[in-house]
Ligand binder design. Structure first.
Ligand code: ACO
Ligand code: ZN
Length: 226
């Protein structure tokens, strides 16, 4: 009898109470005090991090009906670099990256997508690189996959050992959960390609993604093949 009660309580917490906050996007159960506390802690800090107050000098590299893309360079005014770092930190914590520093901070360029509500809903960090290792597509992957493979979507990707020339490495790409599948990431990449090297347009082959997540790989595969 007691076991049954416990089961019902657990199910209640997991299924019935799950809410997505319509401002910060966090999924939590409103009737769990611990979850509520965590949400309260996260909510304001997150919204502050992605809030864009407007800069005196902003480098607009693209404009759209639903927002604009700003480019932040390492030697830009402190307050702009700080905002870029704040957003990158939000992205990193969601991606589970521990390391908060960049491999070449002096060369990194941050692209921020600011929407019409003045929120930074997209962040992309690009760095110049010389070579990359292609993620191998295995044509027979499904045929050869065992049941365990299907259960393990975070499996390491298989990379070629032969380096290929590339010019621009995407070390981070992140879009706010409530703003996904609206072409924000695609538009940020298009903008990187047209603005990264002065006077020339990079092809899709000249950009490389570092360490893609499952979401990142689905996106990159789609983007690079269209
Ligand atoms: N599942 C399947 N297909 C997808 C997904 C997905 N999760 N995301 C994008 N695609 C494909 C779709 O075909 C999509 O077109 P459609 O919406 O018309 O079907 C196409 O890619 C273009 O997608 P966008 O709208 O441009 O991508 P979005 O703005 O949603 O951003 C991103 C994609 C950046 C991967 C986002 O989901 C995200 O921030 N995820 C969490 C963070 C993350 O994993 N980032 C990648 C890390 S890898 C790295 O940083 C190098
Ligand atoms: Zn919230």
């Amino acid at each position: 009898k007691q076991d049954n009660d416990q089961l019902i309580i657990d199910a209640g917490q997991k299924q019935f109470g799950a809410t997505t906050c319509s401002s910060c996007g966090m999924i939590y159960s409103a009737d769990n005090p611990e979850d509520n506390f965590q949400h309260t802690q996260f909510h304001q800090r997150f919204l502050d991090s992605i809030k864009y107050v407007g800069w005196k000098k902003e480098r607009v590299v693209a404009e759209f009906w639903d927002g604009k893309i700003l480019l932040v360079m390492p030697d830009d005014p402190k307050y702009t670099v700080k905002k870029a770092e704040d957003v990158r930190r939000v992205a990193d914590s969601e991606l589970g990256f521990q390391q908060l520093t960049l491999s070449q901070p002096k060369q990194a360029r941050t692209y921020l997508f600011v929407n019409t509500e003045r929120m930074v809903v997209g962040c992309l960090v690009a760095e110049p690189i010389r070579q990359a290792f292609r993620v191998l597509e295995k044509p027979n992957v499904y045929k050869d996959m065992t049941k365990d493979d299907f259960m393990e979507p975070h499996r390491a990707w298989c990379c070629s050992t032969a380096p290929e020339p590339a010019l621009c490495g995407i070390s981070r790409i992140w879009v706010f959960s409530l703003a996904r599948r609206k072409g924000v990431a695609s538009r940020m990449l298009d903008t990187v390609r047209s603005s990264f090297t002065y006077g020339s347009h990079l092809t899709k082959k000249e950009i490389a993604f570092s360490d893609p997540t499952p979401d990142g790989k689905l996106f990159a595969t789609k983007y690079c093949s269209t």
